[in-house]
Design a protein around this ligand. Structure first.
Ligand code: ADP
Length: 535
């Protein structure tokens, strides 16, 4: 048995303490942990969190599980604001975004759960804008998001798509799903087969509806996968080995004019489906038949039905890396602007919730990326998963409460001007960080830099093109050198880049006319209220 598995109860969370039986787990060929772990296996991992009452954590979050995990399992002091701590705090968790000034003023010993400008990832319109841009150059790589149009700017392109589809299948109108550009929890989403009603729609994205999702028990579902950007330069991405599957509560039939309004069939949001009296909570690990199940239950289901869950898992990792790669140059640039001398971008981290749907061919499609993922713990599945997720996250970050006195008094660490480290020092520091990650990742799996043996695509090319696009966007001369093999078709020209640059900040409120024929508006909650929590 691998020593990283827990066999007793000394470092366990509550549920583990109740159930301390020894569990034999399969290791991969290298004797390492398997790429995915069931909820049960996750709870049995051996953990050695360093308890330290000198660490000060500022938590301004509605999710009580954050201070609970910190206090109970790490013994850190939890404060509500820096009024209590001055600048001597070690880590900060906030539900809102961090301003550039906030990031600029951070000390090298501090960590915060936000990168500057990750809002670009979290908004549906901006996410799709970036992905679409890269698709222009990487047509074969960026096929993992549904065709999307941002209204009102791209209405003409949408119209062309509609007519092209109709020309091929005159008797089948294409179906589109319309979403407020900054919505969440399924709020304000509706399906339509009549695009003329979208002519005056503002501030929304329209997507081709993926009409052939993978079904389990006849139900549509999507996956919530937790992803950590641990540093932006060098880029380090970790996936949590366990996640969730959220099920629709009404049997799926292909969309037609008659069923476009059936929210319990077409939307998989927990916030939507829990309002259906048919909704069933997750019961037991072994026998998951509720409308929220674990991600690894889905993988096991795939295995039992003759599929290869490893390849589905790897494909999911692939689309996650490519999504983040589209933003990396922007995030790196902003980070470096705020912290010009910080060498490892270890100050900022961000936990993202990827919403991914599998189609009937097991292909993953990225629907959206949440920066404000729900950390509610209203079911046993949620509680067990999120407690372990947070504990593993805090451990992986290596918040060690190092002595801040010498740093504050040392000129070298005046926030805006920390000393530039020598190259050898940087290499040594990075090695130490890598070693820590190797030993203390818990349920996290590092997916970027990618493992060679996974045979995944050439991300350096993706990142190079992403950088090139970003430079073009901000008007920086192209600093990077491209070899002929790095850049293939189409040729990168400034004209091309300019033509894919669109300003999405125009427009007023989402306005669509639900009473018009062919349009179905889902009355989910108040359309005015803009909850940013995604469940
Ligand atoms: P929200 O942030 O409001 O949850 P999402 O983009 O996640 O918005 O969409 C909500 C739900 O709608 C998804 O969980 C999924 O079930 C369904 N959905 C979204 N986009 C598509 C699509 N292009 N094709 C099929 N179903 C979709």
């Amino acid at each position: 048995m691998d020593s990283r598995y827990h066999t007793g109860s000394e470092n366990s969370l509550e549920e583990m303490e109740e159930d301390s039986e020894t569990q034999s787990l399969g290791l991969d060929q290298d004797g390492k942990l398997p790429i995915f772990l069931s909820l049960k296996e996750l709870t049995l991992l051996k953990r050695t969190p360093l308890r330290n009452k000198n660490i000060k954590a500022i938590v301004s979050s509605k999710w009580m599980v954050i201070p609970d995990v910190i206090k109970k399992y790490l013994g850190w002091r939890v404060c509500e604001s820096s009024k209590e701590t001055g600048n001597s705090w070690d880590i900060q968790w906030m539900d809102h975004s961090a301003s550039l000034d906030e990031i600029r003023n951070l000390q090298p010993y501090q960590k915060i759960n936000r990168f500057p400008e990750t809002k670009h990832l979290g908004r549906k319109n901006l996410l799709m804008k970036y992905l679409k841009k890269l698709k222009v150059y990487l047509q074969d790589d960026y096929t993992f998001f549904p065709e999307t149009w941002i209204l009102p700017l791209e209405y003409d392109e949408l119209k062309t798509h509609y007519h092209d589809k109709l020309a091929v299948e005159p008797n089948r109108k294409p179906i589109y799903i319309i979403k407020p550009e900054n919505g969440s929890c399924g709020e304000g989403i509706f399906l339509t087969d009549d695009i003329t009603t979208l002519q005056s729609a503002n501030n929304c994205v329209v997507q081709e509806y993926l009409s052939e999702p993978l079904l389990i028990d006849g139900l549509k579902f999507d996956l919530r996968i937790y992803v950590l950007i641990k540093s932006i330069s060098p880029l380090k991405i970790f996936i949590y080995r366990e996640g969730m599957a959220r099920f629709a509560t009404q049997k799926y039939v292909k969309p037609s004019k008659e069923n476009l309004n059936d929210i319990y069939m077409h939307l998989t949001n927990y916030a939507v489906n829990k309002t259906n009296p048919e909704f069933q909570f997750f019961q037991e690990e072994e026998n998951q038949d509720g409308h929220k199940r674990s991600f690894t239950w889905i993988l096991k289901y795939l295995k039992d039905s003759g599929q290869e869950p490893e390849s589905v898992f790897k494909n999911i990792c692939d689309v996650i890396i490519k999504t983040i790669a589209a933003f990396q140059p922007h995030l790196e640039h902003t980070y470096k602007t705020c912290q010009p001398r910080e060498e490892n971008s270890e100050i900022c981290f961000e936990l993202l919730g990827f919403d991914i749907i599998l189609d009937k061919n097991y292909k993953p499609w990225v629907l959206e990326v949440n920066r404000f993922s729900s950390l509610n713990t209203d079911s046993k599945l949620d509680k067990t998963l999120k407690e372990h997720l947070l504990l593993d996250l805090f451990t992986l970050l290596n918040v060690n409460g190092m002595d801040k006195k010498p740093m504050e008094s040392n000129k070298a660490y005046i926030p805006s001007k920390p000393a530039k480290l020598a190259r050898e020092e940087i290499i040594k520091l990075r090695e130490e960080i890598n070693e820590w990650e190797e030993q203390n990742s818990g349920g996290f799996l590092k997916i970027y830099p990618p493992k060679k043996e996974w045979g995944m695509s050439n991300y350096s090319k993706v990142l190079a093109i992403s950088s090139f696009m970003w430079d073009g966007l901000v008007g920086v001369n192209n600093r990077r050198v491209f070899s002929k093999s790095t850049l293939s078709k189409p040729t990168l020209t400034s004209t091309k880049i300019a033509s894919t640059t669109v300003n999405f900040n125009k427009g007023a409120k989402l306005s669509t006319n639900s009473s018009k024929e062919g349009i179905s508006k889902f009355p989910i909650g108040s359309k005015k209220a803009k909850s940013t929590i995604s469940q």
